[in-house]
Design a protein around this ligand. Sequence first.
Ligand SMILES: Cc1cc2nc3c(=O)[nH]c(=O)nc-3n(C[C@H](O)[C@H](O)[C@H](O)COP(=O)(O)O)c2cc1C
Length: 316
Amino acid sequence: MKNNPICTLFNIEKPIIQAGMIWCSGWRLASAVSNAGGLGLIGSGSMYPDVLREHIQKCKAATNKPFGVNVPLLYPNIEDHIKIIIEEGVKIVFTSAGNPKTWTSHLKQHGITVVHVVSAVKFALKCQEAGVDAIVAEGFEAGGHNGREETTTMVLIPQVTEAVNIPVIAAGGISNGKQMAAAFALGAGGVQIGSRFVTTPESSAHPNFKESVIKAKEGDTQLTLKQLTPVRLIKNKFFNKVNEAEKKGASTEDLQKLLGRARAKKGMFEGDLDEGELEIGQVSGMINEIKPAKAIVEEIFSEFRTVMINQSSFIE
Ligand SMILES: Cc1cc2nc3c(=O)[nH]c(=O)nc-3n(C[C@H](O)[C@H](O)[C@H](O)COP(=O)(O)O)c2cc1C
């Protein structure tokens, strides 16, 4: 890529970022994506501090290319995580689910490139004010926790790129080169992809969860738990229980009780397809196979290139 702001910012070859994902993106996946010329992210949100340190050390041993860590700011051990990231010399951090002002300047003082994930223009402006180096703008289609505004990627990206003057990475509903090219047409300089990387051999998701993503068809996911923290899940038994409870007017406390603890681990890591939370994006309807991370990065980039070249041939 020539003069691409995301490649320049991270010193990578292809502006494809593998999203940080709880229970799915450890050192194996992150290093495989980085070795393929993209940017791999370790998802620290499901890791105890000592586990995070181990993953960072293993990732450093598995690649000499840049990689980063995703840090959801709501995480209870956040201070320990930040300390480990700095001690281990990680140079790229993607923060999410919190206020970008809290940690950005501290991380930047340690020479770390900081990116924050947002779901709305007003939050993108806050990120810019906080001094982040780039923004991930994530649309309503995305897997995992999501914005309350329900703005789709198609509508969000052009508004965010218009509003800020730092690089924007598009996320939500991107799994192939056509979708990547669309994100570029909307003004993004790179893409962050989550769901597509769940079904790789390198992902630490349980095989049952990978299988359910492959089986998922259009309409099989929905944003739920909007009273707590909105999250897009595969519609399973647990999802139906939440739905029923909400129809009966469940309070926030009722929902919190129903959710309980460790639902995401139960579903995505332990493979309980009935009672666990199965976080995945709408794009799961287009994911039909288990494929190595390297092959995915190469396939997406090559399709992206072809689409960009073909589209430009329409212009005289
Ligand atoms: C299984 C799963 C777990 C996720 N966990 C996190 C997380 O820990 N932190 C975060 O910032 N985003 C998380 N996300 C959102 C992704 O980082 C990413 O922005 C999103 O997956 C992009 O949309 P896509 O799923 O359509 O590719 C998760 C997504 C999935 C599918």
